[in-house]
Design a protein around this ligand. Structure first.
Ligand code: ATP
Length: 372
């Protein structure tokens, strides 16, 4: 893939052709990734795609079957977890119930000296301040909410001042509202410390909201590695297009094509999708090599479909609707195909919906990894 990492500094974490096998299964399959210094990097994907195993390989709880994990350019092969300078937080916060909150955080210091000139209880107070629980030192962990307990678990993981923070589904045991609040807090804590963070979640919305970059994983391999906006707007494959939020994915044959501009500007193509003529923007010169007669797969996000507007229009029938508050998510039946739209006003019966060619994104159906 494209690599724009032209800086001299080695990546904080690098996986180089890493595979982890359990018997015949490759849980992690030839993964190459670079996590930059200070970056909030998220592994997201459906259950069983290898997220947790990738994190465990970074933490040192597992060793690769082949390939190399490097921290700041140095291989960490054979280095046990306690010597990797990583802080780890799991789904089940697992605070010690018989210890007060402050003691739990202090426990994280047992294996490391507090920063120069600082006493242990000062460091604990500083960490509880950081996670926005300044008065919780004497509390019993079980008297705290799930979100508060996870923040204590973060404070404990951060106590020794690790170089790297690894978070494995830290919010998945919490209810939706609490998760939304906690993710803002986790991001704030991460930014304040500037600590390189690798985060694992199956929740694509959470991944988009919290990350600098996201690796969308499938079957043990990242399918796309890119900033949230890119993954959302320019998915590299049908899998990414459909995994990351609602999407409408279509395939059809190119019927006509604007001439290529010498400046490489985007041009539009006519595409026949099941007998319906649509227009979509295709790359300029080079990027997407297309010709009349080619099969093209493209996607349009529901929010780009508008009622009675847009250059590419289709007639469809309302099949079902879910009221979500801000918008209503409507499933239309378009000649047997599902078409998702989001609207503010209720819809019923037959409607005409359309989109502008530049709001369609062409997907290269061949699986490829782009790292940018
Ligand atoms: P989930 O979100 O369900 O936790 P995941 O994306 O984190 O999934 P992994 O837990 O990394 O996925 O597992 C990837 C694959 O490897 C799965 O098929 C899993 O069954 C398998 N696997 C993971 N750990 C082991 C193990 N210790 N022994 C055998 N198979 C394993």
């Amino acid at each position: 893939g494209v690599d724009d990492d032209a800086t001299d500094a080695p990546p904080a974490v690098e996986l180089d052709g890493v595979t982890k096998r359990y018997g015949d299964t490759a849980a992690v399959d030839d993964v190459s990734l670079r996590v930059r210094e200070g970056e909030f990097f998220t592994l997201v994907g459906p259950s069983g795609c290898g997220k947790t195993t990738t994190l465990r390989l970074i933490a040192g709880f597992e060793e690769p079957s082949s390939g190399t994990v490097r921290f700041s350019g140095e291989s960490v092969a054979g280095v046990p977890p306690e010597d990797r300078d990583v802080g780890v937080v799991f789904q089940n916060y697992a605070l010690f119930p018989h210890m007060a909150v402050g003691e739990n955080v202090g426990y994280g210091l047992n294996f490391a000296d507090p920063p120069e000139g600082m006493r242990c209880n000062e460091r604990v107070a500083e960490l509880l301040e950081l996670v926005d629980l300044p008065d919780a030192a004497d509390r019993d962990p079980e008297s705290l909410s799930g979100g508060q307990q996870q923040r204590v678990a973060m404070a404990r993981a951060l106590a020794p001042g690790p170089d790297l923070l690894l978070l494995d589904e830290p919010m998945s045991a919490l209810d939706a509202r609490l998760r939304e609040r906690l993710r803002v807090q986790v991001r704030r804590i991460q930014s304040e410390l500037g600590i390189t963070t690798v985060y694992v979640t199956h929740d694509q919305e959470e991944a988009l909201a919290i990350s600098d970059r996201v690796a969308v994983m499938r079957g043990g391999t990242p399918e796309q590695v890119a900033p949230p906006r890119t993954v959302y707007r320019e998915p590299s494959s049908r899998f990414v297009a459909e995994f990351v939020g609602d999407n409408n994915v279509f395939a059809g044959r190119i019927t006509d094509l604007d001439p290529a501009e010498s400046d490489g500007a985007a041009r539009t193509a006519g595409v026949d999708v099941g007998g319906e003529p649509l227009r979509v923007a295709v790359g300029g010169t080079g990027d997407t090599d297309v010709a009349v007669g080619d099969r093209l797969t493209f996607c349009v996000r529901p929010e780009y479909l508008r009622i009675d507007e847009g250059e590419s229009r289709v007639r469809a029938t309302v099949a079902s609707a879910e009221f979500l508050g801000e918008t209503t998510r409507v499933t239309l039946d378009w000649g047997g195909r599902d078409l998702l739209v989001r609207t503010r006003d209720p819809l019923s019966g037959e409607v005409v919906v359309g989109f502008d060619p530049q709001d369609a994104h062409v997907i290269d159906d061949r699986t490829r990894v782009t790292d940018d």
